[in-house]
Design a protein. Structure first.
Length: 266
């Protein structure tokens, strides 16, 4: 008995082929328009790269660490801004997250208003908040803290709300069916399930705030970023690269600590 090979032809959907091709062509067209509109020359960029490398190594090296001990107060300021802003933002964002989430707020109008307010805070970059607040209040650390709080509240509120929405509604419905009050549902149903996400998002926000507090210093909001800006303006490139190295170490240590906490509790 001869076994005849049976060829199965899998039908090819032309739309599945055309869709990725259309997306790729659209991205390429957008890239081409951006390059043309901004008059960017990649040839000039490549030709200028050696000059940049030479300038960097000639001016910024060797590092000057003579005043390293003087950077410690600025480092403490930077970390302090991140700690204070994250702590305050966590409290405010939790309240706003409850108001945004459908699991904890059934009033649609209040949801929409709160979500709109949070969107405004979230979509304005922290550097713009910092520049505006410096213009209004003047140079100082409180400006950096305030700017970080505004942005972090927007970021955490949305993140908290999404995490609360992911909590199983069956457990909450069971609590409601048993006659539990709103606070009982919140403390016995929502918060216990929300704690791992709360820890994760809060640690992530703290990492972002450490980096952001450095950048905010460049606009006069205090912290170690002020030292970087000052030394570059005074052509003290050796000290500037030393401060940048300190910033990198701070960020790496922050990530190490937060990852350790995350692995332990999340």
């Amino acid at each position: 008995m001869n076994n005849k090979a049976i060829n199965y032809k899998i039908p090819i959907d032309q739309r599945e082929i055309k869709r990725p091709l259309f997306i790729m062509l659209s991205i390429f067209a957008l890239l081409s328009f951006s390059v043309y509109y901004l008059e960017i020359s990649f040839i000039e960029m490549m030709m200028g790269l050696p000059n940049f490398v030479m300038f960097f190594f000639q001016k910024f090296f060797p590092p000057n660490a003579e005043n390293l001990q003087h950077y410690i107060p600025a480092v403490i300021d930077t970390l302090g801004y991140a700690v204070i802003s994250t702590y305050i933002s966590t409290i405010i964002a939790f309240i706003l997250g409850i108001l945004i989430s459908e699991n904890t707020n059934k009033f649609k109008t209040l949801q929409v208003v709160t979500r709109g307010f949070v969107s405004i805070l979230r979509n304005i970059p922290f550097i713009i908040w910092g520049a505006l607040l410096v213009y209004i209040f003047g140079i100082g650390g409180i400006v950096g803290v305030f700017a970080l709080i505004l942005v972090t509240v927007g970021f955490l509120s949305k993140s908290y709300a999404e995490s609360i929405d992911e909590i199983s509604g069956d457990k909450l419905e069971a609590l409601r069916a048993n006659g539990s009050s709103y606070l009982q549902i919140l403390f016995h149903g929502v918060i216990p399930e929300f704690i791992p996400a709360w820890i994760n998002w809060t640690l992530f926000a703290f990492e972002i705030n450490v980096r952001a507090s450095v950048v905010l210093g460049l606009v006069g909001a205090g912290g170690i970023g002020v030292l970087i800006d000052t030394n570059i303006n005074l052509f003290k490139y050796g000290e500037a690269i030393t401060i940048i190295a300190v910033v990198v170490i701070i960020i790496l240590l922050t990530e190490l600590v937060t990852n350790s906490i995350r692995k332990r509790f999340v």
